[in-house]
Design a protein. Structure first.
Length: 99
């Protein structure tokens, strides 16, 4: 009986925890350079990694070069400093797009 009670309580606790979960959706095309440059280092790293993966997919790049990633992030951030109201996507396409 105690085992069933403990199991039921655990189940209710887990259901309650998942019921309070919130979904956050971000339109990556809408992120402006000013917002990107204002991100904390941890958030900026995650955002940059996502954008790098997306851009690699779009350009059929199937490799990961961490040194190149860091250089690309620096190039996009440098471009963004001069184009604060532009989107980060535009910065990616301008600085890393086909040459």
């Amino acid at each position: 009986m105690k085992t069933r009670l403990i199991g039921a309580v655990a189940t209710l606790l887990l259901l309650g925890a998942t019921a309070n979960a919130q979904t956050v959706t971000i339109d990556m095309r809408a992120v402006k350079c000013s917002q990107y440059l204002a991100m904390t280092p941890a958030t900026s790293d995650k955002f940059s990694a996502w954008m790098s993966g997306w851009f690699s997919y779009q350009t059929n790049r199937t490799f990961v070069d961490l040194a190149l990633h860091e250089k690309n992030v620096a190039n996009v951030k440098d471009w963004c400093r001069s184009h604060q109201q532009a989107s980060v996507m535009e910065g990616l396409q301008t600085t890393l797009g086909p040459k």
